[in-house]
Design a protein around this ligand. Structure first.
Ligand code: SAM
Ligand code: SF4
Length: 351
């Protein structure tokens, strides 16, 4: 069984926001640290999240990413990870795959293949090992500057040292492949692009350069602040020639490159503004308070929490999800004159 939208895209990737709270104040996301939008009783419990994820995995979701806000602010995330990791025991048989095989076939593959978490890294150093032991496959860590003062200016906190240590701890805990995210903003960190590429080579990391999207709570986004993916690529290429990786993109957001000289590490360029990739989107999002969002830029939300809490039968929950998926937008409209920034910001939606 798969979730297919009205534009014939199959949904394989679930992004789960665990909280809209954060202890960083990234100017491109949550500059003033708005009080949480969702009240405690509206936030999904670990039991509810696990139940929803089990249904999604039965419906063909292969990847689950825990995000936020800062997901590690949610108490006992390791307990949730342990519950979700158990979903990897759900198997798909070749009978299900082809529909004409032997139902008793021994050939089985997991339905859920990837359980990941995106974090600002502030407390990962202490928790990396426990998260791995609980069943987390890998982490993505945000790192917007390699210079202490610039890091503080962008994120509002003086935590560069902690984040660098978190990267090392994640490597030691084998939370691989580790990805590093940097949102590149004109006038803030575009002068560090080559340094980031060097950092990726020296530390054998997958470094992803992300275009600034109009999802910031401070409404500071301006088109001139977006550093186009092409410019990022050219800057790196001048110093460290890049080679497009085989099978780059697919339903993934990033163009992936290796270093032409065979150096360690990988470069990913995520250019949702200047090189829209909506046609291959396989993602769906669930906010911390249980609202399904079919696109980062959706202006509507679908209240799965209330359906679940109303005591709906499983078949009804499945039907609700299927109908919502059919409403997934064909594309975003950032580049259209009539574009309206969604009310919910990245910290709430879950990046
Ligand atoms: N707090 C965690 C973190 O920072 O990694 C997870 C949540 S954060 C919303 C997820 C990712 O979204 C981060 O890598 C962040 O840099 C990115 N992000 C936030 N606001 C963004 C924006 N306006 N444009 C592009 N990316 C953004
Ligand atoms: Fe917090 Fe992540 Fe948003 Fe920065 S990007 S404010 S760390 S949620």
């Amino acid at each position: 069984m798969v979730l297919r939208d009205a534009h014939n895209r199959i949904i394989r990737d679930l992004r789960l926001s665990l909280t809209d709270r954060c202890n960083f104040r990234c100017f491109y996301c949550l500059p003033n640290g708005e009080p949480p939008l969702a009240r405690k009783e509206t936030i999904l419990t670990f039991e509810e999240i696990t139940e929803i994820c089990e249904i999604f995995v039965q419906l063909g979701i292969e990847k689950i990413r825990l995000t936020g806000g800062e997901p590690l602010l949610r108490k006992d995330v390791e307990v949730l990870v342990e519950k979700l990791a158990k979903l990897k025991a759900l198997r798909i048989t070749n009978y299900e795959l082809r529909g004409d095989g032997n139902p008793n076939s021994k050939f089985q593959i997991p339905k859920l293949v990837d359980l990941a978490l995106t974090t600002n890294g502030f407390s990962l150093k202490e928790r990396a090992k426990d998260l791995k032991n609980a069943g987390l496959d890998r982490v993505t860590i945000s790192l917007d500057s390699l210079k202490r003062e610039n890091f503080r200016k962008i994120t509002g906190v003086d935590k560069l040292g902690e984040v660098l240590q978190a990267i090392k701890a994640a490597q030691r805990a084998n939370l691989n492949p580790i990805k590093i995210n940097a949102v590149i903003v004109r006038g803030y960190n575009d002068n560090e692009i080559v340094d980031f590429a060097k950092f990726a080579r020296e530390n054998d990391l997958s470094f992803r350069f992300i275009e600034f999207m109009p999802l910031d709570a401070g409404h500071e986004w301006r088109r001139e602040m977006v550093v186009p993916g092409k410019e990022i690529r050219a800057k790196i290429n001048q110093v460290f020639p890049l080679k497009l990786k085989k099978n780059s993109r697919g339903s993934e957001t990033a163009w992936k490159y290796e270093f032409a000289d065979g150096g360690c590490g990988e470069i990913g360029i995520i250019a949702p503004v200047t090189e829209m990739f909506c046609g291959a989107c396989s993602r769906i999002r669930l906010t911390a308070d249980g609202q399904i969002r079919t696109c980062l830029f959706s202006t509507a939300e679908h209240n799965l929490r209330d359906v679940l809490r109303s005591g709906a039968r499983r078949a009804e929950v499945v039907e609700f999800i299927k109908v919502v998926v059919l409403k997934k937008e064909a594309r975003h409209h950032i580049n259209d004159a009539e574009f309206v920034q969604p009310q919910r910001t990245m910290s709430f939606i879950g990046g």
